[in-house]
Design a protein around this ligand. Structure first.
Ligand code: HEC
Length: 445
């Protein structure tokens, strides 16, 4: 298996930009001209990250990242396994997957299917054998049928995301093994230069190979029409179009003529053998949630590193303000792309996601979906409850809360937050006061 991983790294390293380019052009020229244009316009990887400062590279922090023992969900799972409180069991269908998801409290209903070869298990991934992703607020698990490794990305409250693999071969004492080599992609400009989560949309060929230069970063600011290249998408979304369920030049060309040809798919059975997976779909609500969360996670990690560096070097938090402002803007969904038709998923994801969090006495929750005009009913990210937020340096959290208070109370009148309606502001404030621990005392006066 190691050789697969090695292979993967080598391929990624040895693709020189000119080669990729000529390959892309060759592929594009086989497409109808209209699509070639569309694809070229897609080639602006910074379109969603453009409003943020250029974050410095992570090199300096990398040494301490590598030298630090992780905490977080995987570390506690290992502790529980050592004390006999948890056990990973192997089954012949999915190896350790089912048991791992159960022990980590990751719902099977969160399943997303990705057919693009963006993984160390890439040799096995294709539209007929996609990679399945499962997630909760802290952990993502990636599973490819018949692969020798399960991949895991876990948010460490101090380090950012830590990557692990779990061998699928039955073992006496199964263990997740940390692999910092994954950072080659998982700590790059695409993750704000901190160890983070990636979500991309690629033009994807029949065999799952991607056109590297077509890659877009995806979060809640990406137009739906550009999302989900390389992904399967199941659910209803009316006349909104997207790039999911499209593999190969013919399918993509067909989509150019008829943008609804891949839309509102509720069953994948005609396209692939879903029996290989614990769930049958790639739920559109789970997709929308996952891509919101990925960038929120990366922003929180960025605040963590920036504020730590600022406080260490000069004592003033000021250098971390841009990251905090970016996170506020993002976590309040200021630039969210509105939904133009109702969205409905195909799994129990939405119901289970709501149940897993706190509500106020009026049953309002930051995990309540809207799905008519926007993702959430109350536009403030549930990631404010995450361990990554709670573990921010105290000064950074204090500043974040002060700014959030000013915005929610209308004391901040900057045009940036003007879109946030008065009703939303007071609902968010009331929900937080009822459900959020560690709020500064002035919130409750
Ligand atoms: C060549 C780049 C690359 C390398 C190396 C890489 N990944 Fe990834 N990984 C990606 C991309 C790109 C995605 C997003 C999938 C997509 O949207 O197409 C991803 C997604 C994931 C996810 C899903 C996380 C989420 O929530 O989106 C997990 C888990 C993961 N990778 C684990 C790993 C592990 C573990 C390793 C190392 C053993 C690794 N990756 C190495 C590119 C890479």
């Amino acid at each position: 298996m190691l050789s697969l991983v090695e292979d993967h790294y080598d391929t990624m390293k040895t693709i020189s930009p000119p080669l990729v380019k000529s390959h892309l052009i060759a592929w594009m020229s086989s497409l109808p001209p209209l699509f070639a244009c569309a694809a070229l316009t897609l080639n602006i990887p910074s379109s969603v990250a453009g409003d943020y400062p250029a974050y410095p590279a992570f090199d300096e922090e990398m040494r301490s990242y590598k030298a630090t023992e992780p905490t977080g969900a995987i570390a506690s799972l290992h502790q529980q396994m050592d004390s006999g409180g948890a056990r990973l069991t192997h089954d012949t269908t999915h190896g350790y997957l089912t048991s791992l998801l159960r022990e980590l409290n990751v719902p099977v209903s969160s399943q997303l299917l990705v057919a693009s070869k963006t993984s160390p298990n890439k040799a096995l991934i294709s539209p007929k054998n996609p990679r399945a992703l499962y997630f909760n607020d802290q952990v993502s698990v990636a599973y490819v049928p018949s692969a020798e490794l399960i991949e895991v990305a876990a948010a460490d409250p101090r380090l950012g995301v830590v990557l692990y693999t779990l061998a699928q071969k039955p073992a006496e004492r199964p263990r997740l093994v940390r692999d910092d080599r994954c950072l080659e992609c998982h700590a790059s400009a695409k993750t704000l230069n901190v160890p983070g989560i990636l979500v991309r949309s690629f033009l994807t060929k029949d065999d799952g190979e991607v056109e590297l230069l077509s890659g877009l970063l995806v979060d809640h600011r990406t137009p739906l029409a550009d999302r989900w290249g390389g992904y399967y998408v199941t659910g209803q979304h009316g006349r909104q179009t997207h790039r999911g369920n499209l593999f190969g030049t013919q399918a993509i060309a067909r989509h150019e003529k008829d943008p609804s040809c891949n839309a509102n798919v509720t069953h994948l059975a005609p396209l692939l053998d879903v029996g290989k997976y614990p769930s049958a779909g790639s739920d559109i609500v789970a997709l929308l949630t996952h891509e919101h969360q990925a960038h929120a996670q990366n922003l929180l990690t960025r605040i963590h590193y920036d504020s730590q560096a600022a406080l260490r070097d000069g004592g003033s938090l000021r250098p971390a303000y841009p990251a905090i402002e970016a996170a506020l803007r993002y976590m309040l969904f200021v630039d969210e792309i509105p939904l133009t038709a109702p969205v409905q998923g195909t799994s129990d994801f939405a119901a289970e996601f709501l149940k897993s969090g706190l509500s106020d006495s009026r049953k309002r929750s930051l995990r309540q979906f809207n799905l008519k005009t926007r993702l959430f009913e109350h536009p403030c990210s549930y990631m404010i409850y995450s361990t990554s937020f709670e573990a921010l340096p105290q000064e950074a959290r204090r500043h974040f809360y002060r700014r959030l208070w000013d915005i929610l109370n209308g004391e901040d009148r900057s045009p940036e937050f003007a879109k946030l309606g008065a009703e939303s502001r007071s609902a968010i404030r009331e929900i937080l006061i009822a459900t959020k621990k560690n709020l500064p005392a002035y919130w409750r006066l």
